[in-house]
Design a protein around this ligand. Structure first.
Ligand code: A2P
Length: 264
């Protein structure tokens, strides 16, 4: 035990797995203990991982729970030959997981200019930071309406998002307000569903807005956060810029923000 403790780098703490849930063969979620000293803003990411021999093997993960929650939730893909997720997918309650001490990220409310409507556009595990923001009271102090989109290849991949939205009504802090303010729009690209197609095509064709009874992005009052693969981000960002929205950052708040959904 003493030698393990010595091997732990100063940049991480060792947390315990509280729960694990397997959604599909390629997606799971887990909850970790949260150290009292761990502070973050809803929407941020942090390094987490496992010891690999003498060294830590760490990857960036968006925190899927809000800043007020006692525990820390994460979503992860499972990659059979992924250096971290091939092992991480086997964690069980009580197992140790390494957690970085310095959360960071751009998908935070402070990096957006004031607005009325907030679009949260995600693909795959890119929904994680939005799971955090949807349970954050400040989201509803700053925005009247929140539109969450989640696009995945198959219907089964959407279950984590659908459940998250359903559970908002029971949330201790936002349960009274979120269900009336949040619109959930899910689509699939490789299987039949109520809505099909990439979010980029749904925006470009106007179908997303027509389905929601909206006019399209209004740079004066619409704000957007984007989280998905590099390609999804690049294409969605171009559409936002085409609509007259300007990218923001922590240092320079703007109309839209992007972050890569991290993968192994
Ligand atoms: P598609 O099935 O047409 O590739 P992945 O699992 O590969 O990360 O994809 C998650 C979702 O993101 C899929 O529905 C996928 O659609 C979609 N996607 C992939 N690339 C883009 C892109 N450039 N723009 C928008 N959506 C994308």
């Amino acid at each position: 035990m003493a030698s393990d403790a010595l091997a732990l780098p100063k940049t991480v703490t060792e947390e315990s797995v509280l729960a694990v849930r397997h959604w599909t063969d390629e997606l799971f979620s887990f909850r970790l203990t949260r150290p009292a000293s761990f502070r973050f803003r809803s929407g941020e990411f942090v390094l987490l991982g496992l010891m690999n021999g003498e060294k830590p093997l760490l990857r960036a993960y968006s925190i899927a729970s809000p800043s007020w929650d006692d525990g820390l939730d994460f979503y992860s893909i499972k990659v059979s030959d992924g250096p971290l997720t091939s092992r991480l997918q086997h964690i069980q309650p009580g197992d140790p997981v390494l957690l970085g001490r310095k959360p960071t990220g751009t998908l935070v409310l402070d990096a957006l200019k004031p607005g009325r409507r907030l679009f949260l556009l995600s693909t795959g595990t890119g929904i994680a930071p939005f799971a955090s923001l949807l349970r954050e009271p400040e989201t509803y102090e700053k925005f009247d309406r929140v539109v969450l989109t989640h696009t995945c290849r198959n219907v089964a991949d959407l279950a984590c998002g659908a459940e998250l939205v359903d559970a908002l009504a029971e949330d201790p802090l936002v349960g009274e307000i979120a269900p009336q303010r949040v619109t959930y729009y899910a689509s699939t690209t490789r299987e039949d569903f109520v809505h099909t197609g990439r979010i980029t095509d749904l925006i470009a064709s106007g179908k997303l807005f027509a389905d929601l009874g909206l006019e399209g992005f209004d740079p004066a009052s619409d704000r957007v956060m984007i989280c998905g693969s590099m390609a999804m981000i690049a294409d969605t960002k171009a559409l936002c810029e085409g609509a007259g929205l300007a990218e923001g950052s922590n240092a320079n708040p703007g109309d839209f923000l992007v972050e890569k959904a991290f993968a192994d």
